[in-house]
Write a protein that binds this ligand. Structure first.
Ligand code: NAD
Ligand code: UD1
Length: 336
């Protein structure tokens, strides 16, 4: 199968391309490089022995998309291209809605014109409301708290409408919990620009000496050790989830929604200690006030993905930390 992977040089897209190639499928990558580097393609080739075609461009460019779908004989799309920084989305909502919502609409329009019926979309657990106790299944009421989350939920709704209007379309939303980790080869990983917002990239920059100490946001949450609890999922498990979701939905038109998570919650201190074990030293940290908007604890109910796709996570938090450390120590400044 020939698959257009938008955002394919990004963190999750690049790991998914490796899994697609392993499966014998052919990814074609479209990325504007707004948040990634073209050298990722070299790494995909070095890991798999196959160099996927790469087109630098924007998903909002309908002419480019139309040519690409037809010239490459694309049969399905995995749509990662999007902006993802929550704080930035609050400051620049129109940029987020334009990129994430308008970009997805253009993509679905061009797919329709070219007869491409299958799309798998990167959604997020951030679409769920904050009122339900974990674990969260796909029926938890949605109520995202910021423009980034709302942009994801809007695309989910649009996909449902498109699938309802055309009974031959297969539109699948994958709601990721907290993707972390790196390819076990150490050749691919997360490479945030500037100061990382998220826990794992921050921790790994502390470990490699680029940052002084981790600030732990809050020590009095209603959790066993007082620090926030999340469902961390290894990016390779997540990538395999995309392969499973694509294989399933390509044969089954409709609108499908799956949580991709482990079903297990880990605290900030759990992650700090696991990372210390992986890099062989205790990492410096101090406690800071809670970060606004953070919840105590949530994790996935991943039963629907297990029962329907036959997919579940295989990796532990030790794997996540070891693989992140291998990537970070071999590439202290990220991709060239
Ligand atoms: P990333 O920033 O590493 O990858 C996104 C890629 O999309 C980048 O390479 C960027 O250059 C590209 N891109 C952005 N806008 C584009 C556009 N208009 N046209 C073409 N390319 C464009 O992010 P990631 O962590 O790999 O996330 C991938 C997707 O998964 C995103 O949609 C994100 O919102 C979603 N997601 C990520 C997380 C997470 O924690 N990483 C969690 C839930 C959902
Ligand atoms: C973040 C995003 C969310 C996205 C999710 C997926 C924000 C506000 N939310 O969620 O939209 O779907 O990633 O990956 O960015 N922490 C620290 N110190 C740090 C960084 C984080 O203590 O320097 C703590 C946080 O308080 C939280 C945990 O670590 O308890 C995880 O934080 P983070 O990695 O930012 O993920 P989320 O907040 O869960």
């Amino acid at each position: 199968m020939k698959i257009l992977v938008t955002g394919g040089t990004g963190y999750i897209g690049s790991h998914t391309c490796v899994q697609l190639i392993d499966k014998g499928w052919q990814p074609v990558i479209l990325d504007s490089l707004v948040n990634s580097k073209v050298s990722v393609i070299d790494r995909i080739e070095s890991i798999t022995g196959h160099r996927p075609p790469f087109i630098q461009g924007d998903v909002r460019d309908a002419d480019l998309l139309g040519k690409l779908l037809l010239e490459h004989g694309i049969e399905a799309v995995i749509h990662f291209a999007g902006l993802k920084a929550v704080g930035e989305s609050v400051a620049q909502p129109l940029r987020y809605y334009d990129n994430n919502v308008h970009g997805s609409v253009v993509l679905m329009q061009v797919m329709q014109q070219c007869g491409v019926k299958t799309m798998v979309f990167s959604s997020s657990a951030t679409v769920y409301g904050h009122s339900s106790a974990p674990p969260w299944n796909e029926q938890v009421p949605t109520s995202p708290a910021n423009p980034y989350g709302r942009s994801k939920l809007m695309v989910d709704h649009i996909m449902a409408d498109v699938a309802a209007a055309d009974a031959t379309c297969a539109m699948t939303s994958l709601r990721y919990f907290n993707p972390v980790g790196a390819h076990p080869s150490g050749q691919m990983g997360e490479d945030p620009q500037g100061v990382p917002n998220n826990l794992m990239p921050y921790l790994s920059q502390v470990a490699v000496g680029r940052r002084e100490a981790l600030q732990i946001y809050g020590k009095d949450y209603n959790t066993p050790d007082g620090t926030g609890v999340r469902d961390y999922i290894h990016v390779n498990d997540l990538a395999k989830g995309h392969v499973a979701a694509l294989a399933y939905s390509h044969e089954r038109p409709g609108h499908h929604v799956f949580n991709l998570g482990s079903g297990i919650g880990h605290s900030v201190l759990d992650m700090l200690h696991a990372f210390g074990k992986a890099c062989g030293r205790d990492l410096p940290y101090n406690f800071a006030p809670r970060r606004s908007g953070d919840l105590d604890a949530y994790w996935a109910d991943p039963q629907h993905a297990l029962n329907t796709l036959g997919w579940q996570v295989e990796k532990t938090i030790d794997d996540m930390c070891q693989d992140t450390w291998r990537w970070q120590s071999q590439n202290p400044n990220g991709y060239p």
